[in-house]
Design a protein around this ligand. Structure first.
Ligand SMILES: Cc1ncc(COP(=O)(O)O)c(C=O)c1O
Length: 390
């Protein structure tokens, strides 16, 4: 299932060299112009974000920002608020000091900083005792391989089973990790695009394998806020070999602003901060992030909205004969036979879904969960298109 844009050795799954940029969801003006659509004619199901929109207080907070002042390059107030937010989550006794938190211009900036800090590059290099390579649990988010390739390191894809439920052989993964000693191991949990969510024991096993030679397990939890009953991963950071990535872009629908953070050991945070350009997190994003965190009930409301709309889509699309794969996250992987063709057909109706060819899953589309009426409209459209012969 090696994704689109990889130059890969089919025997080892290793990918090298410059290739095209990773493929993402989102609606581009060029697509709209080609279709003669206006932005207001379109519903975007291709990016998976909170379906309830940004917390109301974010607008007021942004209006107060002094646009003539540089933003705080250290994001001090936001890190303090995140420290309080995280310390109250999961195990209530756990304190997450601000020295363990780094804010980025989206979690994607942090992925690139990790690759630059811990893979071969003029400034730095692999972790002591580790090889200059990265192992990715695939199919997954395309930026991991994009960032590692830019850092000049070989990328090894560790593929999930090609058939549902798209699990990985974790014994084999541990063997490959111990043998190859990759400096970075990327695991997205829940995984994009399959929605597979590994439990605490499985992730702990991978963390121990990586810790055995001093590598880093990067646990990307961009979609964790939408999991119904998540386990507490913060404790993994204490061992020093796990980096958690979280996305406030996704959590609070701050997609146009971009905001993410890493939780890691002080050493890792310092190594990443040393490579981060000053002011990369702009003042509007910092203000909106602070206001979002102050809305204590928001994430519960967002999760409830996801569950309702996701259930509707599972039911309606299942009734129409599509294979809808179970998902712990705020998106659904749906086998439609020909993902590119369905994306085109729906796009002509102003409904943008993600074709999964770049994940190596050309028969599937990924549907980001939107508000219930939007999901009803998508289900209606898919039903009509199916009835009309696809
Ligand atoms: C797994 C994963 N991580 C991170 C991101 C990017 O999020 P951000 O906007 O925080 O960079 C995405 C976006 O699609 C994603 O799927």
């Amino acid at each position: 299932m090696t994704g689109q844009g990889h130059d890969s050795d089919p025997a080892t799954g290793e990918t090298f060299g410059a290739a095209s940029r990773p493929v993402h969801g989102g609606v581009r003006p060029a697509d709209l112009r080609a279709l003669g659509l206006r932005p207001e004619d379109v519903l975007d199901f291709s990016a998976s974000i909170s379906p309830i929109g940004p917390p109301a207080a974010t607008w007021e907070a942004m209006a107060q920002v002094d646009l003539t002042a540089y933003p705080d390059p250290e994001c001090l107030e936001l890190r303090e608020a995140l420290s309080r937010h995280l310390s109250g989550a999961g195990d209530a006794n756990r304190a997450v000091p601000i020295e363990r938190i780094l804010v980025g211009n989206g979690s994607t900036e942090l992925i690139h900083l990790l690759a630059r800090a811990f893979l071969g590059s003029p400034q730095s290099g692999p972790r002591p005792g580790a090889a200059n390579s990265a192992l990715l649990f695939t199919p997954t988010y395309g930026e991991y391989s994009g960032a590692c390739r830019l850092a000049g390191a070989p990328v090894i894809s560790f593929d999930a089973d090609k058939s549902p439920p798209f699990r990985w052989d974790l014994d084999e993964a541990v063997r490959r990790i111990k043998e190859g000693r990759p400096s970075l191991v990327f695991l997205c949990n829940p995984n994009n695009p399959t929605g597979v969510y590994l439990d605490a024991g499985d992730v702990q096993t991978l963390a121990e394998a990586v810790a055995g030679y001093g590598g880093l397990l990067v646990l990307d939890e961009a979609y964790l806020s939408f999991v119904a009953d998540p386990w507490d991963s913060l404790g993994l950071v204490d061992g020093g070999n796990v980096v958690l990535l979280r996305s406030m872009t996704k959590d609070y629908a701050l997609t146009a602003l971009r905001l993410g953070y890493a939780v890691a050991s002080e050493d890792v945070v310092a190594a990443l901060a040393a490579l981060q350009p000053d002011w990369s997190v702009n003042g509007l994003a910092q203000a909106a992030g602070l206001a979002a965190l102050a809305d204590a009930g928001y994430l519960d409301r967002a999760r409830a909205a996801v569950e309702k709309a996701r259930d509707l889509l599972v039911h309606r699309l299942g009734e129409q004969g599509f294979t809808v794969h179970p998902s712990s996250a705020n998106y659904l992987l749906v086998d439609v036979g020909d993902g590119a063709q369905w994306r085109e057909r729906l796009m002509r109706r102003g409904l943008f879904v993600r074709d999964c060819a770049s994940f190596g899953m050309p028969t599937c589309i990924r549907i980001g969960i939107r508000p219930l009426p939007d999901c009803q409209r998508l289900a209606d459209a898919m039903g009509e298109l199916s009835a009309a012969g696809g």
